[in-house]
Design a protein around this ligand. Structure first.
Ligand code: G6P
Length: 367
């Protein structure tokens, strides 16, 4: 069937705007909003019998998996190895019989992810696939398909598939916590309610478009950009850097904020802006210290935070993008939007081919 851009200049822009709707569809598949509960899933394993999950994927799907690791470990006390599939397939990771493997893929056709799935098949552990394309090879070869309901994604740079992958992983982690007894029925209701608020907050953040476009005009003047974040915002910092380099061809790196002093601080000067992803959470003050280190070296800061963070950040940022204060579990989903929009508008300013960036393919079916 035919997918068109509607009133949008690019598929990427359209797909960014579809997020409130597709996140809502995806969450509804895993959560019962009326009952305030996670849905029971027909899985080839029981969460309460697992001692480890191996999560593998490529590109943006790997970064979603890396965020999923924080959720499974924190909410369900279930250890997770999040691996780049091209590494996992050759790494010969020992897998106990109490392990399960999950593979995350928009297309369901990525060669390295598929090879990793086949490794786990040979090892005889149960396999789940979080995929966007039903009937794809990865979906067919898994024991269970956990769909993302993002609809067709045309832009090479993944946007809505990413936030739908996050929606599935968060819902699954809550379900795992319920089944493992680390989340009480009361906590389950609160978490489900928080997840249910994601589409509404996502719509609010889309309204920041004109401010983010203005920041992009600024960003487009630079050749190198550093993204920093802690906790789930660390993989999100890497995702921000990935999006920017993919479509604007500006060199960008994403780092754990605590690693700043172990290397990237050597690069900081007025020519390398630093994008800091920092909601006002329990480690916010640590990130503020990192921003002070950047500022002391003449580095320019673009801070993406919430209302509380904007009040408490004792630094002079070049730009501050203020998001609503959102529940902790949905921060990675909501903070994905300004990251995507910033990359999108920067690429538009640079005049690159946003939907089909040079040298990249939507689906990488060769090794
Ligand atoms: C390519 C695409 C990325 C995607 C990655 C993994 O590199 O350009 O957007 O994240 O493959 O693809 P998958 O379909 O497995 O999610």
């Amino acid at each position: 069937f035919l997918v068109d851009k509607g009133n949008h200049r690019h598929f990427m822009e359209k797909e960014i705007h579809e997020q409130p709707e597709v996140i809502s569809h995806t969450l509804a598949h895993y959560l019962d909003f009326v009952e305030g509960t996670t849905r029971a899933l027909d899985l080839p394993f029981e969460f309460k019998n697992l001692d480890r999950i191996a999560l593998s994927a490529c590109g943006t799907a790997f970064l979603a998996s890396s965020i999923g690791k924080y959720w499974f470990e924190r909410l369900a006390r279930l250890p997770v190895d999040a691996d780049i599939a091209s590494e996992f397939r050759y790494r010969e990771m020992p897998l106990s019989k109490n392990s399960a493997a999950l593979f995350v893929s928009q297309s369901g056709e990525t060669a390295d992810t598929l090879a990793s799935l086949r490794y786990c098949r040979r090892e005889g552990i149960p396999i789940g696939a979080i995929v966007n394309v039903r009937g794809s090879t990865i979906a067919r070869e898994a024991d269970v398909t956990l769909p993302t309901l993002a609809g067709p994604e045309i832009g090479v740079a993944s946007t809505k598939a990413f936030t739908c992958q996050l929606s599935v992983l968060a819902s699954l982690a809550v379900r795992a916590g319920v089944e493992r007894g680390t989340i009480s029925p009361e906590q389950e209701r609160v978490l489900v309610r928080h997840l249910a608020e994601a589409p509404r907050y996502a719509s609010q953040v889309l309204k920041l478009e004109s401010q983010i476009e203005a920041v992009a005009h600024e960003l487009a003047r630079y050749r190198h950009v550093l993204y920093l974040g802690r906790d789930t915002n660390y993989p999100l910092a890497m995702e921000g850097a990935l999006k920017l380099k993919e479509i604007s061809y500006i060199h960008a790196e994403g780092y754990a904020a605590g690693e700043l002093k172990h290397g990237p601080i050597a690069l900081i000067d007025e020519k390398m802006p630093v994008i800091v992803i920092a909601p006002h959470d329990r480690i916010f003050e640590k990130t503020v210290s990192n921003m002070q280190e950047v500022a002391a070296r003449g580095g320019k800061i673009i801070l993406i935070t919430d209302k509380k963070g904007a009040e408490h950040a004792t630094i002079n940022a070049m730009e501050t993008i203020v998001l609503p204060d959102v529940p902790e579990i949905i921060t990675p989903i909501i903070y994905s939007l300004p990251i995507q929009m910033l990359a999108y508008f920067t690429a538009v300013v640079m005049g690159t081919d946003v939907d089909q960036p040079r040298n990249l393919a939507k689906s990488v079916t060769v090794e």
